[in-house]
Design a protein around this ligand. Sequence first.
Ligand SMILES: CCCCCCCCCC(=O)SCCNC(=O)CCNC(=O)[C@H](O)C(C)(C)COP(=O)(O)OP(=O)(O)OC[C@H]1O[C@@H](n2cnc3c(N)ncnc32)[C@H](O)[C@@H]1OP(=O)(O)O
Length: 422
Amino acid sequence: MPATVILEPADRCCWDEPVHITVHGLTPGQRVTLRASLRDEKGAHFRAHARYCADGGGELDLARAPALGGSFAGLEPMGLIWALEPEKPFWRFLKRDVQTPFAVELEVLEGHEPEPQRVLGRAVHERDFLRPGVRREPVRAGRVRATLFLPPGPGPFPGIIDIFGIGGGLLEYRATSLLAGKGFAVMALAYYNYEDLPKGIETLHLEYFEEAVNYLLNRPEVKGPGLGLLGISKGGDLCLSMASFLKGITAATIINGCVANIGGVLHYKDETLPPLSANRNRIKVTKDGVVDITDALNSPLEGPDQKSFIPVERAECTFLFLVGLDDHNWKSEFYANEASNRLQAHGKEKPQIICYPGAGHCIEPPYFPKCWASLHALVGSPVIWGGEPRAHAMAQVDAWKQLQAFFHKHLGGKEGKTPTKL
Ligand SMILES: CCCCCCCCCC(=O)SCCNC(=O)CCNC(=O)[C@H](O)C(C)(C)COP(=O)(O)OP(=O)(O)OC[C@H]1O[C@@H](n2cnc3c(N)ncnc32)[C@H](O)[C@@H]1OP(=O)(O)O
C-alpha cells in the first residue's frame, strides 16, 4: 500500500518556519527511511536521511517519533532540513534568488538498509524566502548598491541594514526572511565585489555606509530616528565601525564579529583603521586536509594591532552579540567580551552577549544546513567554519528569535525579551 506524506503547512511555507511531517498508510511498526533532497541554484545536490519505525497504528509523526539513525538521531522534527549535506565537497548552502523557493523533495523508502529500496511515498515542499505582500526593491541611489525589502502596508517600519562578510556580493536571504511578516524594513547592503563597487576589500570608506544609512532613514516607509544594523563576520566589524563613527544608529546585532577592523583599511574622514594583521604560520591543517584559521589573527590588544581596535566606546547604540562557541573562523567570544570590556571601561552600557555552545561561525536563519567547510575568499582555500550540526541548528533557531526581539525592543515595535533556550 502506498504511504501518504502529509505536510503542515501543506505544499509550502517560509524557509524559517517549521514544517510538520507525518506519514500515513504504513503497517504497524513498519521500518522506513525518510530521505530529503534539494538542488541549489548552481545545481549542487543536498541530501539527508533518517531511519524511523511507524507506530502501532501505522502512522509516523516526526514530532513524536525519534530518528533511529542516519544523518541525525533522536526527536528532530526539522532534522531532515537542517541536516541536509552537500554531495559536492566544501559547498555552502546559499539562496541567491530570493524570489524563487527551494523545493525539498521528501521520500519514504521501505526498510532501514543503507541503500533503501522501494519508494512508498513522496511529497515536495516548497520553502519560500519572500512572503506574499513583501516588496523587493533594488536600490541604486548615489553610490549605494542594495536591495530594500518592505513589509506590506504603508509603515513606517523600523529600519535595519543587513551586511554579510568576506566574499562580498549581495546576499538577500537573511534580509527577506527577517523582514517577511516580522515588520521590519530591511536593506541588504553590498559593499564590494558587486556591480560597480570595488572588486576587493583592501580599502573601504565608511562614507559609503553613511550614504546607505542616510538613504534608508530618508525613506518615508522607515521609522526613525535611528536604524538597526545586522552583520555577520566581516559584516559584524563593519557594523561596529558604523555604530562607532556614524550617526543614526540605535541598535546593532553582531553575529560572530570581530572587535577589530578586518581584511582591509577602513577610512572615515581623516581617520583610518588598519586591518588586524595575521600570522599565516598559525594556520593549521585538520586531519581531513582542510584549513583551520582560528589562531591566524593577531591579538587586537597588543602592539601595533591595537590601532585596528574599533573605538566602540564612541557608539551611542545598544549592542547584541551572538557568539558561536565553536567558531573556527576566529575567536568570536573573546572579541565580544573585549568589546564589552571597552564599552564598560568608558561608562557605557554592558552589551548583551549570547553564547551558543556547539555553534560555529556561520549562524544563519533557522534550518539552514550547517556548512562544514567552504572556500574562504581571503584565504583562497576551503576553511572549516565549526559547529556541531544539532547544536548549531538549535542556535540558529534561538539566535533568530533573539535578534528579532532585540530589534523590536530597541527600534520600537513589540516589546519583550526572549529567554534563551540554551
Ligand atoms: C589568515 C587570514 C585570516 C583571515 C581572517 C578573515 C576573517 C574573515 C571573516 C569573514 O567574513 S568569513 C566569511 C563569511 N562570509 C560570508 O558569510 C559570506 C558568504 N559568501 C560566500 O560564502 C561566498 O562569497 C560565495 C560562496 C557566496 C561566493 O559567491 P560568488 O557569487 O562570488 O560566487 P561565484 O559564483 O562568483 O564563485 C566564486 C567562487 O565561489 C565558489 N562558490 C560559489 N558558490 C559556492 C557555494 N555555495 N559554496 C561554496 N563555494 C561556492 C565558486 O565555486 C567559485 O570558486 P572558484 O573561485 O574556486 O572557482
